[in-house]
Design a protein around this ligand. Structure first.
Ligand code: ADQ
Length: 487
């Protein structure tokens, strides 16, 4: 097959709200701690795989992201490590408040997760969103050169692809949307000018990626109804160029989770969990967010305790919630609802020798996380809406022993891929309760059959395949553009 790498390939530039590092001051010097989040490992997979054609993998990846530190604090500090060179974007605090907490998290997040009643519409939000996207663009303009490929990430930067296209028309631009793109009935709640700016902004890209076919269809409908662009087989013809819209279900580093099963720290954590907990273990872990269905999960568990009293004293539900956005009032309210509900269930059902829910509000170190994944009989994942959900994929990849049962909400993007899970409606308490009981009585052979099928799928389409797939589409589109230019 022809080598797809173009001679003109330049460097890769990632633009995301967050930088790939945390900055920590020690003795007046800054030290960089690389984040271990999904996007960073996905991008690192590109470095490891080296066989993509869209950009030159020998050059350090450039990463543009918001800086929590002031320009004075960062002056003279090196902002690179072995893989990344970071370019901090400075956004004044009042603008960032209206941009990030406002437009992004008080409007786009609830709207895209089907919570329109929580969405706040404020002109100052949209103004700040435009200003912030412009600031990201200005930083990019200092870095970009002909031949470079830009990969823009997520709902914080929907206006950016069009800004790039207008000023640097020959650079390749990819965009990935990590949360659900909502059905048109939700999207049309945005003021006409805003929704048009968002759709046109994204259409500045060459390739636009979503997690599922549903999100692709919803976006294509918005592009047609908001901006008048039809499509043919997911290709939108923009007169002088083509935009490809497709689904790329994000994944994880399967081998890393699979191999962790035997790490001494993981073995120890698994042993400790089994020793200190009851004979059946249910586990859940997520960020504090109303989209994650934490309250619904608790109600489902409560219904399980009501309906299946034979399991009393025999089950421990370990629920770990990572603090997130807890400066926003709705999140504080939700946190206190969760605290109260956990307290009530433990008070109603607990005994001297049994605590039905063990609840922790903290981030969990990796060995402990995989220790819990591999000790649990059930992973209970019940978002009321989730773009993909990586926790369920991590659980499955960790189960080298092919044991355990995944209970998964039909509202998670991942449900489209993991049909062998027990799929539930997270709003239906009885459905959750029955699924827990079904999981507890499921014969080992059936657990193994389901687990093996899911593991095979994630092994085949891991995070390396995901990034490779996206950049293959970018390269194919570039070839198509070259062909069109010659016609
Ligand atoms: P998130 O909403 O953050 O991501 P998710 O995909 O589940 O959700 O990823 C969470 C990550 O955080 C997982 O890797 C998990 O292990 C980790 N994590 C969660 N709780 C933790 C804890 N207490 N301690 C340590 N680690 C913890 C957004 C979208 C998702 C989409 C991803 C990627 O909302 O739908 O899957 O982006 O596109």
């Amino acid at each position: 097959m022809k080598n797809l790498r173009s001679e003109k390939s330049g460097k890769l530039i990632i633009v995301a709200y967050r930088l790939p590092f945390k900055l920590v001051w020690e003795n007046e010097e800054v030290r960089l701690f690389q984040n271990s989040g999904g996007l960073v490992s996905a991008v690192l997979s590109l470095v490891k795989s080296q066989n993509n054609a869209a950009f030159n993998a020998d050059e350090k990846i450039q990463w543009i992201g918001f800086s929590e530190n002031s320009p004075e604090e960062l002056e003279g500090q090196s902002m690179e490590n072995e893989h990344f060179q970071a370019h901090p974007v400075f956004i004044p605090a009042d603008v960032n408040e209206n941009y990030y907490e406002g437009f992004c998290n008080n409007l786009l997040w609830p709207l895209c997760h089907y919570f329109p009643s929580l969405a706040r519409f404020d002109d100052a939000y949209f103004e700040a969103y435009q200003t912030a996207n412009q600031l990201f663009f200005e930083k990019l303009a200092e870095v970009i050169q002909p031949g470079d490929t830009v990969w823009v990430q997520d709902y914080q930067l929907m206006l950016l692809p069009a800004l790039i296209r207008n000023h640097f028309p020959s650079n390749k631009v990819g965009f990935f949307f990590h949360i659900p793109f909502p059905s048109f009935e939700l999207f049309r709640m945005l003021p006409v000018a805003w929704r048009k700016a968002l759709v046109d902004g994204m259409l500045g890209s060459d390739v636009i990626g979503f997690h599922t076919n549903d999100y692709v269809e919803y976006f294509l409908k918005a592009a047609r109804l908001v901006s008048g662009y039809g499509n043919k087989l997911h290709y939108i013809n923009m007169s002088n160029r083509i935009v490809k819209v497709d689904s790329f279900p994000i994944s994880i580093d399967f081998d890393q989770f699979n191999e962790a099963f035997e790490d001494p720290g993981v073995v120890q954590a698994r042993y400790d969990a089994r020793l200190s907990l009851k004979e059946k273990i249910i586990f859940s872990v997520d960020r504090l967010d109303y989209s994650k269905g934490i309250i619904h999960r608790l109600r489902g568990y409560q219904r399980f305790l009501e309906t299946y009293p034979d399991w009393h004293e025999k089950v421990s539900f370990v629920m770990v919630v990572v603090p997130s956005r807890d400066t926003i009032e709705q999140y504080q309210q939700m946190k206190s609802d969760i605290d109260q509900t956990v307290g009530r269930i433990n008070a109603d059902y607990g005994t001297i020798s049994w605590q039905p829910i063990i609840y922790q509000y903290r981030s969990m170190p990796y060995p402990e996380l995989v220790g819990m994944y591999t000790a649990s009989d059930v992973a209970l994942i019940t978002p009321v809406r989730d773009g993909m959900n990586l926790v369920c994929k991590e659980y499955v990849a960790s189960r080298q022993d092919n044991r355990g049962v995944l209970i998964l909400s039909e509202m998670a993007g991942a449900a489209a891929e993991l049909g062998e899970a027990l799929i539930i409606n997270p709003l239906d308490k009885q459905d959750i309760a029955d699924a827990i009981n079904t999981a507890f009585v499921m014969p080992e052979e059936e657990q193994m059959k389901r687990m093996e099928a899911m593991r095979q799928r994630i092994r085949d389409y891991d995070v390396f395949a995901w990034t490779n797939d996206f950049f293959t589409q970018m390269t194919m589109l570039e070839l198509e553009h070259e062909r069109l230019r010659q016609v």
